[in-house]
Design a protein around this ligand. Structure first.
Ligand code: K2U
Ligand code: ZN
Length: 176
């Protein structure tokens, strides 16, 4: 297994709409393993393929509590097919927007159709942090970031901050 470099805001790749996975094969299973290793290493509780530069409709997550055994889950071509009217608020962060957190309101429960690593169609009804994480990751597959749910003022502030950080990270340009 290999960890992959994470794409950070303001990389425009994060705004790409990811393409459906055509074939569930050993290469995809190896990629899913790499994504899980990258997620645990970050650490995070979810990760979408676009965050490691692959515009494929695949996400991984593990919402097990710290004192519980790991429970890695892989979702291929996930689609939210039902959303509860009841909504809740959860503090969110993002591995592509490090060290920034904000409260986001989302449907409290979602039902997701997806394909598993064996290529079988599955349906999952989720609530709690699993529902939040699934919605956050599926947003990534559509080029949507959690800061898009904030006010324009707050979102522009975050983007400005990460553009400044990117300039500071960029290697000095050769002159002459
Ligand atoms: O997609 C990602 O960047 C991974 C997020 C997923 C996530 C964000 C918000 C709420 C639930 C899951 C990371 O795991 S960021 C770490 C984290 C986890 C819970 C709450 C806040 C931040
Ligand atoms: Zn994220």
């Amino acid at each position: 297994m290999t960890t992959r470099p994470l794409i950070l805001l303001p990389d425009p790749k994060l705004r790409e709409v990811s393409k459906p996975v055509e074939r569930v094969d050993d290469d995809l299973r190896k990629f899913a393993d790499d994504m899980l290793e990258t997620m645990y290493d970050a650490p995070g509780i979810g990760l979408a393929a676009i965050q490691v530069g692959e515009p494929r409709r695949l996400l991984v997550l593990d919402v097990a509590e710290k004192d519980e055994p790991r429970n890695p889950q892989v979702f291929i071509n996930p689609e939210i097919v039902e959303r509860s009217d009841v909504r809740n608020v959860h503090e969110e962060g993002c591995l592509s927007i490090p060290d920034y957190y904000a409260e986001v309101e989302r449907p409290a429960e979602v039902t997701v159709d997806y394909v598993d690593l064996a290529g079988r169609k599955q349906t999952l009804k989720a609530d709690g942090i699993l529902a939040t994480c699934l919605q956050h990751e599926i947003d990534h597959l559509n080029g949507v970031l959690f800061i898009d749910y904030l006010s324009k003022l707050k979102r522009d502030m975050v983007v400005r901050k990460f553009k400044k950080l990117a300039r500071e990270r960029a290697p000095a340009r050769m002159v002459g």
